[in-house]
Design a protein around this ligand. Structure first.
Ligand SMILES: C[S@@+](CC[C@H](N)C(=O)[O-])C[C@H]1O[C@@H](n2cnc3c(N)ncnc32)[C@H](O)[C@@H]1O
Length: 209
């Protein structure tokens, strides 16, 4: 474990914090990361520990359509937009308008504005139709109330053999809970093809059959 300093404190919060603080869009079981914590998700220190380009580079190629589900302030969305290039598209989707607003202001007036579609979803419904090649769900699955509905919805959204990268935080998602999530995915037409190494995290690549 590393030392808690001014620089490392934000990432430690992301890794261990269970968002116990009251949030209007949380119920008691599935606590949602509040917008005022967005800074802990989007900073240079995290980029150093969890570099989006390095994590996603092996899976995301130019021209792809990618859904960044539970995008938060867009820590991954911007790098995804660079990986898919001008011919690709990113759907940055979040439950909270405040998170989307943070991403909106970061890309405002840049060339990425055309490549990133912002979509506000509901807690139990993505409400988006389309054909996507790849889905990222980073540190968010444990916040959704019904994983079965989630896997059935994303299965319909993905192209055949499309992939999903699920990454969960190390402490408040147990090994058993993570394995349960994978088991649920298998029931909904996915196969687990890889367990990538993501620092301080549990991760799996699922592929639609
Ligand atoms: C811990 S943050 C992670 C954000 C981002 N993926 C990252 O790693 O920087 C979880 C995000 O998921 C969003 N979220 C939670 N439940 C959701 C749901 N049911 N549908 C869509 N987004 C959701 C929250 O609003 C929050 O922005």
């Amino acid at each position: 474990m590393f030392l808690r300093t001014k620089k490392t404190a934000p990432l430690i919060k992301v890794l261990v914090f269970d968002w116990r603080k009251k949030n209007p869009v949380s119920d008691t079981k599935n606590r949602v990361c509040p917008v005022e914590r967005a800074g802990t998700l989007d900073n240079k220190f995290r980029r150093w520990i969890q570099n989006p380009g390095k994590i996603l580079g092996p899976y995301i190629k130019e021209g792809m359509t990618v859904l960044d589900f539970g995008c938060g302030p867009g820590f991954f969305s911007i790098d995804i937009a660079q990986l898919v290039g001008e011919s690709g598209q990113v759907i940055a989707c979040d439950l909270q308008e405040g998170m989307l607003q943070k991403l909106r202001s970061k890309i405002h007036g840049t060339e990425l504005e055309k490549r990133i579609i912002l979509h506000q979803c509901q807690q139990t419904r993505i409400g988006f139709s389309g054909n996507v090649d790849f889905i990222l769900a980073f540190y968010m699955i444990h916040e959704i109330p019904n994983q079965k509905t989630f896997f059935s919805e994303i299965c319909a959204l993905l192209k055949p053999h499309g992939q999903v990268l699920i990454v969960e935080p190390p402490f408040h998602v147990s090994k058993n809970a993570f394995e349960e999530t994978i088991k649920t995915a298998l029931d909904y037409g996915f196969v687990a093809i890889e367990r990538p190494k993501v620092l301080f995290s549990k991760a799996v690549i699922l592929q639609k059959l």
